[in-house]
Design a protein around this ligand. Structure first.
Ligand SMILES: Cc1cc2nc3c(=O)[nH]c(=O)nc-3n(C[C@H](O)[C@H](O)[C@H](O)COP(=O)(O)OP(=O)(O)OC[C@H]3O[C@@H](n4cnc5c(N)ncnc54)[C@H](O)[C@@H]3O)c2cc1C
Length: 393
């Protein structure tokens, strides 16, 4: 008799927090309780970057708290301890050099170099199948903005863009040589076109025989489901594999504010349901084309992750199919990650690393996402409470 396949449950907190000691769990509880306070997060996210800027010694406060909840370490070696701990429980890593907002050529070279080093490091560590890159880490934001607007570049800008393309090409080549996937993050809509064009070009070059380069689609944008479908058609026509990380998107407030201030139609979906609907439609269309598209379901949403599992079961796609990947941010939704790993799916944590003061923009986005407005912290608190109670009994 054929055994009926079970869908995955995200309720088991023993599996979810298996890698956390009691004191680590209590620290996470305390942190999510603080983030549940909207006013505190509002003030904290405004003043923390300024306190670092003026050189106040607050690293001692940030590192053992919000930093250690959401980041793997300050260096790659520190991070290795975290990634090893995850891999002991079947969870892989997307390594992210989390430094943001440094805007000069020397820093761009340094970042490209650091990412290449991370790729080589990942090449030796089978539990790190992916490294991520933000294109704003290797080229000036204002230049991307100008290109997005299709304005002509002057001679200096053309040289600057060529250098950025060279950096990007070299990172992709290193990823190819080391058999590591490179995930290109999506950022603000007003710089995204040149990023998409670059990512597609690199996919056409490096994704002929395997999937090296992944682009990201933010489904909180009204135009991204069509973009996903168009990209699949282009990959088929060009006979290369498409890599796609699917996210809802992390810059909603900023996007809406800018659209209002500059008086253009917001590129963001009118409501959460619309974002959810397009997200799930994108998961479905990618999985219908799983032989051509390698997908990363990058989400903390139970339903979207379950959709991936259910479609896999329905379509007979193995849980270990190399084109089916799930991922959550380090420090969030362990119930999804560890229960997926326990059920045998390819699942990873997105683990940023870098000097504490340089990853502050990333940390501030996580704090905002975990306020009670974002709705995430109350869910995390409920799960941690459940596990602490279970461990007491
Ligand atoms: C591995 C990984 C990689 C990531 N990479 C990127 C990246 O490259 N670029 C990026 O931008 N983000 C990235 N993110 C962050 C991601 O965008 C947020 O974590 C995500 O938006 C939170 O949504 P969720 O899918 O977890 O589900 P939920 O918690 O169900 O959804 C919350 C999201 O829904 C959307 N939303 C909420 N309210 C509304 C509303 N009223 N109207 C319309 N939409 C709404 C917003 O996007 C919000 O963040 C990444 C996340 C992961 C896990």
């Amino acid at each position: 008799m054929e055994v009926e396949k079970q869908t995955v449950s995200f309720e088991n907190t023993e599996i979810a927090f298996i890698y956390k000691s009691n004191s680590e769990l209590k620290r996470a509880w305390w942190l999510f309780s603080l983030m549940n306070n909207n006013l505190l997060v509002k003030i904290g996210t405004r003043i923390t970057p300024k306190l670092f800027d003026i050189g106040l010694p607050i690293k001692g406060l940030v590192k053992p708290t919000i930093f250690s909840q959401f980041c793997g370490g300050e260096t790659m070696d520190e991070c290795a301890v975290t990634t090893k701990k995850l891999s002991d429980h079947g969870v892989e890593t997307i390594l992210d050099y989390g430094v943001e907002g440094k805007e000069n050529e020397e820093e761009f070279d340094k970042t490209a170099n650091e990412i290449s080093k991370a790729i080589v490091f990942a090449g030796y560590n089978h539990h790190i199948p992916f490294v991520s890159i933000k294109v704003t880490g290797i080229v000036r934001f204002a230049l991307l903005e100008k290109m997005h607007e299709r304005n002509d570049l002057n001679e200096n800008e053309m040289a600057e863009w060529q250098k950025a393309k060279d950096r990007f090409y070299s990172v992709c080549k290193t990823a190819n040589e080391n058999n590591v996937g490179l995930m290109v993050d999506a950022e603000e809509t007003w710089i995204q076109d040149p990023v998409d064009e670059l990512a597609m070009k690199m996919m056409a070059e490096f994704n002929k025989e395997k999937v090296v380069v992944y682009n990201t689609a933010q489904l909180y944008r009204t135009d991204r489901l069509a973009f996903v479908k168009r990209s699949i058609a282009e990959a088929k026509a060009g006979n290369f594999y498409l890599g796609f990380k699917l996210v809802r998107g992390a810059y909603m407030e900023k996007e809406r504010k800018r659209a209002q201030e500059l008086n253009y139609a917001s590129p963001i979906q009118p409501d959460k349901d619309s974002s959810d609907k397009d997200y799930n439609a994108a998961v479905t269309v990618c999985m219908e084309n799983i032989e051509r598209v390698s997908i990363c379901i990058a989400s903390h949403n139970d339903s979207s992750n379950l959709l991936g599992v259910e479609l896999a079961m329905k379509k007979g796609i193995a849980s270990t199919h190399p084109h089916l990947n799930f991922s959550q941010l380090y420090g969030m939704s362990d119930n999804i990650t560890f229960n997926l790993a326990h059920a045998g799916y390819n699942v990873s944590k997105y683990v940023p690393y870098g000097p504490v003061k340089d990853v502050v923009p990333y940390l501030m986005r996580r704090a905002q996402e975990n306020t009670s407005v974002g709705g995430m912290s109350s869910r995390e608190l409920m799960l941690i409470n459940k596990e602490l109670k279970r461990r007491k009994n």
